[in-house]
Each structure stands twice: as C-alpha cells, then as structure tokens.
Design a protein around this ligand. Structure first.
Ligand code: THU
Length: 162
C-alpha cells in the first residue's frame, strides 16, 4: 500500500511578518554571523536559541583546518545552550547564513547531522523545538518541530526497541 508523508511549515515574506519574539531571535542569529569562524568555506552561519527560561544563546559555525572537524552553527549553539542552562530546554532555534560569494536569499536549512542532533533533544525534552530559518534575505520558513525535517528518524526510542 502506498503511503505519503507531508511536512507542514509556514512561509513568511520576511522578518516583519514574524511575531516579535521570532523576529528578535532571527536578529540575534544574524548578529551571531559575526562569531563565525569560517575561513575555509567563507560560508558563515549564525544561530540563536530561545530557552524555556527566556534566555537567548547564540552561536555560529566553527571551522577547522582539519575539515571534518567543522562544527555547524546549529550544533555549536545547541551545545552552548544545553551546557549553560542544563535545567532549561531550547524552545526555538533561529538560523541564518551569509557568504560574500553570493546572496543567500533562501532559508538556511540545517544539515542532516544537525537535524539528527535536534531530533535527539526533542526526544530528551519530550517537547518540540521550533525552527525559524532565513537566508540573508528572502522568505522565512518556520517549522513547528525540528523532527518534521527528519521523518522516520533513528533515535533513542529505536535503541530501546532493540
Ligand atoms: N553549516 C552550518 O553551520 N550549518 C548547516 O546546517 C550547514 C553547514 C556550516 C558548516 C561549514 O562551516 C559551512 O557551513 C559550509 O558547509
């Protein structure tokens, strides 16, 4: 039997159309582009996490001359947030990207590894992590659950079933 899987997300024309909280978080992510260490790719990614205690933690990608060591903005920000506030949970993560080579005018989507790590924390929290994604310009995409970007995921529950 054929089955289908749908992903629902919201598209906004720009940050002006967002709620004040989401707009602020995206602005923090944009400011975090300045923290990027991206001398190898020249592709800067900034992220900002809003926590359940109201704190905002921002971070950026973190490259290394040994290329496989490069760490994405989403994961460095999530690790910073979880380390600084182990009692709170991340409720929303805003992400943006910029490079001098071109205009990034479509949303900065988390890579597969980051989706897996976000999924892990949704499972740990028993709560969704919202994603607010934009390039330097162009539409903003909002996903209510990071796990919507990783359907049929492998996670902690899978291990428990084994
Ligand atoms: N990057 C991120 O920070 N997040 C992603 O989801 C995709 C890629 C970074 C890693 C690397 O520093 C640069 O972008 C180019 O891949």
């Amino acid at each position: 039997m054929r089955q289908t899987h749908h992903i629902i997300f919201a598209e906004y024309e720009g940050p002006e159309a967002l709620s004040p909280n989401d707009r602020q978080l995206l602005m923090e992510a944009r400011q975090a582009l300045g923290k990027a260490h991206a001398p190898y790719s020249g592709f800067r990614v900034g992220a900002a996490a809003l926590l359940s205690n109201g704190a905002i933690v921002s971070g950026a990608n973190f490259e290394n001359a040994a290329y496989p060591m490069c760490l994405c903005a989403e994961r460095s920000t999530l690790a910073a947030a979880v380390s600084q506030y182990p009692e709170a949970r991340v409720t929303t993560l805003a992400v943006t990207a910029a490079t001098e080579r071109m205009a990034v005018n479509s949303p900065a989507m988390p890579c597969g590894a980051c989706r897996q790590v976000l999924f892990e924390f949704e499972q740990k929290y028993g709560h969704s992590i919202r994603l607010v994604l934009q390039g330097q310009s162009g539409p903003v995409w909002v996903f209510e659950r990071a796990s919507d970007l990783l359907p049929f995921a492998f996670g902690p529950e899978t291990l428990q079933r084994i």
